[in-house]
Design a protein around this ligand. Sequence first.
Ligand SMILES: C[S@@+](CC[C@H](N)C(=O)[O-])C[C@H]1O[C@@H](n2cnc3c(N)ncnc32)[C@H](O)[C@@H]1O
Length: 340
Amino acid sequence: MSDATKEAQLLAACHAGDCARVRELVAQGAEVFVTDETGRTALHFAAASGSAETVRLVLEAGIPWNALDAGSYTAGDYAEAGGHGAAYDELVQAGIRAEMVLRMLNKEPAEARAAANEDYLAQPVEYSGDKLLDAEKNGVMMSWEAPLMELHAQAVCAAPGGAVLNVGFGMGIVDAALQARQPGRHVIVEAHPDVYQHMVAEGWAARPGVHIVFGRWQDKLAEIRALGPYDGIFFDTFGEFYQDLDDFHRAAFAADGAEPLLRRPGGIYSFFNGLGGDHKLFHDVYCDIVCADLRALGIDTQFARVASDVVMDEATWKGVKRPYWMIKSYNLPTCTWARE
Ligand SMILES: C[S@@+](CC[C@H](N)C(=O)[O-])C[C@H]1O[C@@H](n2cnc3c(N)ncnc32)[C@H](O)[C@@H]1O
């Protein structure tokens, strides 16, 4: 039997979910890292079969959980298309394990992260109708997110008169939604000079209860803390890493022993959940990771599933370098102190 035949048989056995046959072919030395003419790996075929056991075997043989075919589909997309929940969960669990290991091995140093963020902050941004773009035409903020921002504002500002904090002004959509809910104090942190200028030109400094903190949140924590604690906090920045979000959580929830930014008890926190937003499988993995990280800080997270189908429309992304959200439903997080 030629190697090519063996490999074709391997893909066929994965497609059939025939775990024993896959095991046999691997033991016979079949090359696992093969793809068909559309770039589908053994993992895509195993996921399409719905056999969680075959998925696990192929993962153990070394195919990465996040492999993409030529159409940019994950194995998770194939599992979901067939309604194979157990195979999908197998992929999610593999993703969580792999990301946890990667995280330990590859901690991006704070200075490198700050440099990337400052790179963005040093370039001009452009307000162009329904979007805010950076110098490379990446979407910093887009108006299709407005219904989500309304829901985030509702979550963190349930009643008038309280103190709210929003990190990242962008197009001011969430801040307008917060203002409509009449907070007593409304602190907005923004680091980009063009965005800051825009906010001031639009009269934000004079709006009821508004206090603008101009600078990177990392550099302004003492000022932000002095204006707190907050009944509601929303976080949505740009040009930052997952670790920056995690650092913010540590500051907001007092992992460092300082006063928490979020009022305890009763405070409500939310963040723009764009994590892994170009593939549902990546997003589900990161939703699980962020939940676990928040739980370790004493925070419970509930996700509300919200339809976000508008993003599938090509016209939405016209003029934007890369769609940053390609999933039909959005997991809107509401986070509270545990054991209140
Ligand atoms: C996605 S936009 C926020 C959109 C906003 N939620 C809205 O409703 O329009 C992100 C904003 O965070 C700002 N930003 C980026 N890094 C920041 C940092 N380290 N500290 C404070 N603001 C930052 C960006 O300049 C940008 O205005």
